[in-house]
Ligand binder design. Structure first.
Ligand code: UFG
Length: 328
């Protein structure tokens, strides 16, 4: 794979996953331009490249960006991604995740940039009818967040048919962990994701972790998720980028570890990694949460040779704990 000197626009490159991506792109020798409005991203996570603060729905800004740079591809990480919040504020999600992406694709088509990598999500599947979930599983999201991501996937298929825009949609399961350097990691305000909250509870920064739902049809009653290391996600993007730049066709891939852990199991593993007792409070279900999401990632392993490095949850939590301790 040679991505040296390729010029990539990374939208949302100051966010959690985008920052890990920028780090790997710069290490691979790519030129990177980051567009981020810092609504959920953070300057502290910037990892080189040139940074432009702005909205991807700003057509004038996009015109300037695409006029001033010859991009080989665009990677799009900029989205609101909280399932619970999307239930209460669906229009915020449709505006940010769907309408703004229309503006971005419109600019790409006008400037003849025809390679696109999209951060999709396991939330497009909804409540699974079969586990592990393969890419041909029916898509029936249970929340507005998943609906917006599925709508973009469908828009991409239409853009491919109409304009020859080639894309890879990567359906992430639960991104977790941090770069081993400890320089970047998950940094949301407020934090809603399980592992960083569990680590705050381990550290005494919050009193307890609430387990949302203990009556799901799972072994211990709490939700089961598939946690995949953020650098493994970024690595998959590099493979997808290389494939598209080599003339590959549009594709959709799951990105997960193929291992499911319940919320209670995550807490127990975190107690092992941190050596701390984590106080737990059982709480009602969080609206919009499917009971079980576990991926089959066989397709991307087979077709692009993706081999995740982080094959167990302790290793993932260890990198998140390392990052957590460096924030103090
Ligand atoms: N959870 C708790 N307590 C908390 C926080 C979370 O019990 O304080 C539970 C949730 O209810 C869920 C699990 O922990 O069952 C994981 O929750 P996260 O909020 O960490 O992640 P989600 O599964 O809701 O969502 C994440 C991404 C989405 C993506 C989804 C795909 O945020 O963008 O993974 O699986 F769609």
């Amino acid at each position: 794979m040679s991505l040296r000197n390729k010029n990539i626009l990374v939208v949302g490159g100051a966010g959690y996953i985008g920052a890990h991506m920028v780090r790997q792109l710069t290490h691979a020798g790519c030129g990177v331009v980051i567009l981020d409005n810092l609504s959920t991203g953070n300057r502290k996570l910037l990892q080189g490249g040139s940074f432009i603060q702005g909205n991807l729905g700003d057509a004038d800004l996009l015109d300037r960006l695409f006029t001033g740079n010859a991009f080989d591809a665009v990677m799009h990480f900029a989205a609101f991604s909280q399932v619970g919040e999307s239930m209460h504020q669906p229009l915020t999600y449709y505006r940010n995740n769907l309408a703004e992406t229309v503006a971005l694709l419109d600019a790409m088509v006008r400037y003849d940039v025809k390679r696109f990598i999209f951060s999709s999500t396991a939330a497009v599947y909804g409540e699974p009818v079969a586990i592990p979930i393969t890419e041909d599983h029916p898509c029936a999201p249970t929340n507005p967040y998943g609906n917006t991501k599925l709508a973009v996937e469908r828009m991409l298929a239409d853009c491919d048919a109409a304009y020859g825009l080639k894309y890879t949609a990567l359906r992430y399961f639960n991104a977790a962990g941090a770069d081993v350097s400890g320089e970047i990691g998950e940094l949301h305000d407020p934090e809603t994701h399980l592992i960083p909250i569990v680590l705050k509870a381990a550290d005494g920064q919050i009193d307890h972790i609430r387990v949302f739902g203990t009556d799901y049809p799972t072994t211990d009653g709490s939700c089961i998720r598939d946690y995949v290391h953020v650098n493994d996600l970024a690595q998959a993007h590099l493979l997808a980028l290389d494939a598209l730049l080599e003339g590959g066709d549009s594709a959709i891939y799951n990105l997960g570890s193929s291992n499911g852990y319940s919320v209670k199991e995550v807490i127990a593993k975190a107690e092992g990694v941190t050596g701390k007792k984590i106080p737990v409070v059982e709480a009602p279900r969080r609206p919009g949460d499917p009971a079980i999401l576990v991926a089959s990632s066989d397709k991307i392993m087979r077709e692009l040779g993706w081999t995740p490095e982080y094959d167990n949850l302790e290793k993932i939590i260890q990198t998140a704990w390392n990052w957590h301790l460096k924030q103090k």
